[in-house]
Design a protein. Structure first.
Length: 196
């Protein structure tokens, strides 16, 4: 039995050594795998750090772009406000120029009107003067005629003959309107003769 036992023991030792070798190989493989995992984890960590750096760089770029855009927008807004102010100034200047032009035109028209008015007043004064002259002349002639004796020659050519008026008679055939019209005509001619 001893032999069997020794054989068994040798087999056991062999198996144990084989198992130990296998276990050692497996442990070695696991250790290599763990080392590889560690290396990969380190690589991932490095890549994550690189990504963080790139994200920070992107963030900085975005901030710079945003600041640049805001500056450009602000500059554009300021330029637009400046253009609007310039346009308002131009419009104000145009209005002032138009007002000045209209005022000068109105002043010119007023001066022309005043000149025309003065000429008209001068003409009116001239006419008034002539009227006064004629009035004075007429007054002189009337005074002369009033003072002069009335010695007209009885010239039948210059004598006024009164019209002979036939008395109107109502014959019953003439209408009242015709009679009244004839009466008014005779009355008016008689009044005219009396006033001369």
């Amino acid at each position: 039995m001893d032999e069997k036992f020794e054989k068994l023991f040798a087999m056991k030792t062999e198996m144990k050594a084989g198992l130990e070798d296998k276990m050692e190989a497996r442990q070695e493989g696991m250790k290599v795998g763990q080392d590889e995992i560690k290396v990969r984890q380190e690589e991932m960590k490095v890549r994550q750090e690189e990504m963080k750096v790139r994200q920070e760089e992107m963030k900085v770029c975005q901030e710079e772009m945003k600041a640049g855009m805001e500056k450009k927008m602000e500059a554009g807004r300021e330029r637009m406000e400046q253009v609007q102010e310039d346009m308002k100034d131009l419009m104000r200047a145009g209005k002032e120029e138009m007002r000045a032009h209209v005022a000068s035109q109105v002043e010119g028209i007023k001066d022309h009107f005043d000149g025309c008015l003065e000429r008209m007043e001068e003409k009116v004064q001239g006419v008034k003067g002539k009227i006064e002259e004629v009035k004075t002349e007429v007054q002189k002639k009337m005074n002369y005629l009033e003072r002069r004796p009335n010695n007209f020659l009885s010239n039948p050519e210059f004598m006024y003959s009164r019209p002979t008026v036939k008395p109107l008679t109502i014959d019953g055939q003439t209408s009242w309107t015709v009679f009244k019209t004839q009466f008014d005509i005779v009355r008016l001619s008689s009044d005219a003769c009396l006033n001369i």
